[in-house]
Design a binder for this molecule. Sequence first.
Ligand code: SF4
Ligand code: SF4
Length: 458
Amino acid sequence: MAQILFALALALGTALFVGRVRFIRRNILLGRDLDLSDNPAARWKQMALVAMGQSKMVTRPLAGFMHILIYLGFVLINIEVLEILVDGLAGTHRVLSFLGPVYNLAIGFFEWLALGVLLACVVFLVRRLAGAVPRLNMAELKGWPQKDALIILLVEIVLMSALLLMNASDKTLQERGHEHYISEAGALHLECPDCTPVEAAGYLGSFPISQYLQPLVSDLSEVALVGLERGAWWFHFLGILAFLNYVPYSKHWHIIMAFPNTYYTPLKPKGDFGNMASVTTEIQLMMDPSATPPEGYEAPTGFGAKDVYDLSWKNLMDAYTCTECGRCSSVCPANLTGKKLSPRKVMMDTRDRLEEVGHGLDAAKKAGQAIEGRLDDGKSLHDRITAEELWACTTCNACAEACPVNINPVDIIVQMRQYKVMEESAAPSELNNMFTNMENNGAPWQFNQMAKADWTKA
Ligand code: SF4
Ligand code: SF4
């Protein structure tokens, strides 16, 4: 019965997770095409350094160290999930214990990691609740984003506590020579046939942290201990499934997205804006009437980004990768000087609008409407990101430089500005003067063309 329940829970949790991943993938692919397949070797290196090595996190050493601890704990402790899966489906207990000393070492290592993760989460939780870090108290984090951060920290604390409590109960049962907890552990019989159950317990796992929790459970009867151990085991398994399905809805989705996002980060220098390909081609065709359009060329139907469809798929992947850490906003000169712009909010707004479009498409599909091209819900990204925010950006790229997962908010800002200027002629008056000067004088200043070289006479 337990195995059937386990298999059903696993199948349901996996199906829900896959459904959400497909939704996110479809949304990202709503973006404009962009070829980022060049130089795979440099891309793998970039991913290894930034996502796996967390090279940009350590610029703030203490927070960086604790983040790496949580990340390592998340990755390595989840190796134990493999054992949980086999045990749950096969009805065994600690099936990998046949590995003997290696298993022993691994359990000890996981316990140290679990303790580290637990302490780091407590520090992060206290830091958030105490409001000690300005970037974690900005306006865009009020409401759900703040709750999301707290929920994950609490869940991690509870999961790690359950893991340690499970091991404490397990070790106590081993020491009492409980049949299931000794015989299933196996290693005793392979490595130490003459051991007593108590010696076997010592051999099977030193449980370096959970042994100190044993006094909490040592007075319990065997039945209660087995209940506690099984309860913690099921809680751990169901908690992981719940976590798996919560993460893609939360900022913690970056645990996964950081890898593809850093792989596909453009390799060109951050300050290299380049020309708009659509404008360049149009002008080349105008200047040279004999030129033939590139194969498959379609005249642009608009310029810049009005909505998420106009951004590249990489911009949309950026939006789903944002950890809402605010490192970008904390170095943004516009934000620091009291302007309305926060690059973190730009990313959060882009993701929220993309989610809205995705749900709109799904609702239309359910209602039997065939959507050709874009969802027409009368809204756009500009409803969320105002002109005041867009024009406050100095395009300094400090945000992109600071981002620990290589997100580039400036790229979105610039494309939205291009829409404002080229589609709505809605540039600030200072820029309009400059555009007029460029058009009339061939320079941004209000000098006659003929006076352009006068400075050389001075
Ligand atoms: S590029 Fe713009 S958004 Fe980014 S830090 Fe500079 S001013 Fe802020
Ligand atoms: S864009 Fe990068 S730096 Fe800014 S909040 Fe998101 S993850 Fe953090």
